[in-house]
Design a protein around this ligand. Structure first.
Ligand SMILES: Cc1cc2nc3c(=O)[nH]c(=O)nc-3n(C[C@H](O)[C@H](O)[C@H](O)COP(=O)(O)OP(=O)(O)OC[C@H]3O[C@@H](n4cnc5c(N)ncnc54)[C@H](O)[C@@H]3O)c2cc1C
Length: 347
């Protein structure tokens, strides 16, 4: 019997478990490569990567699925930063199991009327607009059906944003409550009740961008300067652990480069791209743990530690590394994907 090529088998397995379809890969192929080059250039010139969900997330989606009118209206505003976007996917009870979402939107004349709650919405308090998944057909037979993708203005009476303070004391994300909030029917992207395709497309996008080595590389550089200024490199055990972390970062950068090249050649990324997110986030966490150790008795101090010319907030870096294994699809979920779709293990 003629067998399908191994990559095809993997793709089919991934499709089976994750509703994967070629449209997602197309989206990555078209915009992902250009965006990746853009970010690499920014990094090469030392430009900080802003938390821009307009350029990185909703922009490519509008390019792929939006009408000409939506492209003409929204894209220039994204580029000029006139509109600042946040991502309204997660809800209490709908995180890893995103299709469980319950925020509803009902058609009323020329508008959708939105009721419900989003949570963990990064920078919602700074955003002018939200792109969101809403349930538009509660009676659809499967929970992935009956979901639509809407764009909505934040500055209106029906939207209540409450910040959540993180462990590091920052107000980085929010709860967003919708009480008869309105958005024009023209702000539906793609077809009504077909939002799940777009939800998946964006999640794929996130997987490669979160997998960039920059997070771990920057932390490693900071650890090196800090440890040198504290004389910690005199300790052979620390040197050994630092070398291990440095090798992990190098390995990751090589793996990332392989996926990035694949994307730039216009090839489809497989489920194995999940490796990137797991590796870089866990590596980042190990480096920040080493930083705490390098700080010795000051490791629990709140606020920046000044040693010579070097100023490092070790505790804040440690805290910042914690949620990286949760957002963008938790590492447990990424491991499930690898075990089923790449290794072919039973679910
Ligand atoms: C810093 C940060 C920023 C975020 N920004 C945004 C944002 O801007 N917009 C937005 O919409 N969301 C955002 N999120 C939310 C994020 O997407 C969710 O936290 C994530 O999807 C996990 O969902 P949850 O928190 O509901 O956890 P749950 O899904 O309840 O999971 C709880 C735990 O159970 C594990 N688990 C769940 N299901 C399985 C399974 N099948 N197998 C094995 N383990 C499982 C998870 O890995 C996790 O450890 C952000 C989260 C963080 C931490």
């Amino acid at each position: 019997m003629k067998r399908a090529p191994r990559s095809r088998q993997r793709h089919d397995l991934y499709a089976k478990y994750h509703d994967y379809d070629s449209e997602i890969s197309d989206l990555l192929g078209e915009c992902g490569a250009k965006l990746l080059i853009f970010y690499e250039e920014q990094q090469r010139w030392g430009v900080n990567r802003g938390r821009d969900m307009g350029v990185q997330m909703v922009g490519p989606l509008i390019i792929k699925f939006g009408t000409q009118e939506q492209k003409d209206y929204w894209l220039p505003r994204i580029l000029s930063c006139e509109d600042i976007w946040c991502q309204g996917y997660s809800e209490p009870g709908a995180g890893s199991d995103l299709a469980n979402l319950r925020t509803r939107a009902e058609i009323d004349g020329g508008d959708f009327v939105i009721n419900g709650q989003k949570i963990w919405t990064t920078m919602a308090h700074d955003a002018t607009h939200i792109f969101m998944l809403v349930r538009t057909d509660p009676d659809a037979p499967k929970k992935q059906q009956g979901i639509s993708f809407l764009l909505a203005p934040m500055d209106q009476p029906g939207v209540d944003v409450r910040t959540i303070t993180t462990l590091s004391g920052e107000t980085e994300f929010c709860e967003v409550f919708f009480d008869n909030a309105r958005t024009s029917r023209e702000n539906l992207v793609g077809e009504l009740n077909k939002g799940w395709t777009m939800a998946k497309a964006l999640l794929s996008f996130e997987r490669i961008f979160i997998g960039s080595p920059s997070l771990a590389q920057n932390a490693l550089g900071q650890l090196e300067s800090f440890a040198r200024s504290r004389g910690v490199f005199d300790d052979p055990v620390f040197r050994d652990r630092f070398a291990q972390a440095a090798l992990d970062v190098e390995d990751h950068a090589a793996l990332y480069a392989r996926f990035a090249d694949q994307l730039k050649r216009g090839e489809t990324l497989g489920a194995d791209v999940s490796m990137l997110k797991i590796w870089v986030t866990e590596c980042f966490q190990r480096i920040t743990e080493l930083m705490i150790e390098a700080a010795g008795p000051d490791g629990g101090s709140i606020g920046p530690l000044q040693v010579g010319n070097v100023s490092v907030d070790v505790l804040s870096s440690f805290y910042k590394a914690r949620p990286t294994t949760i957002y963008g699809g938790s590492n447990e979920i990424q491991r499930n994907i690898l075990s089923k779709a790449v290794l072919g293990l039973p679910g």
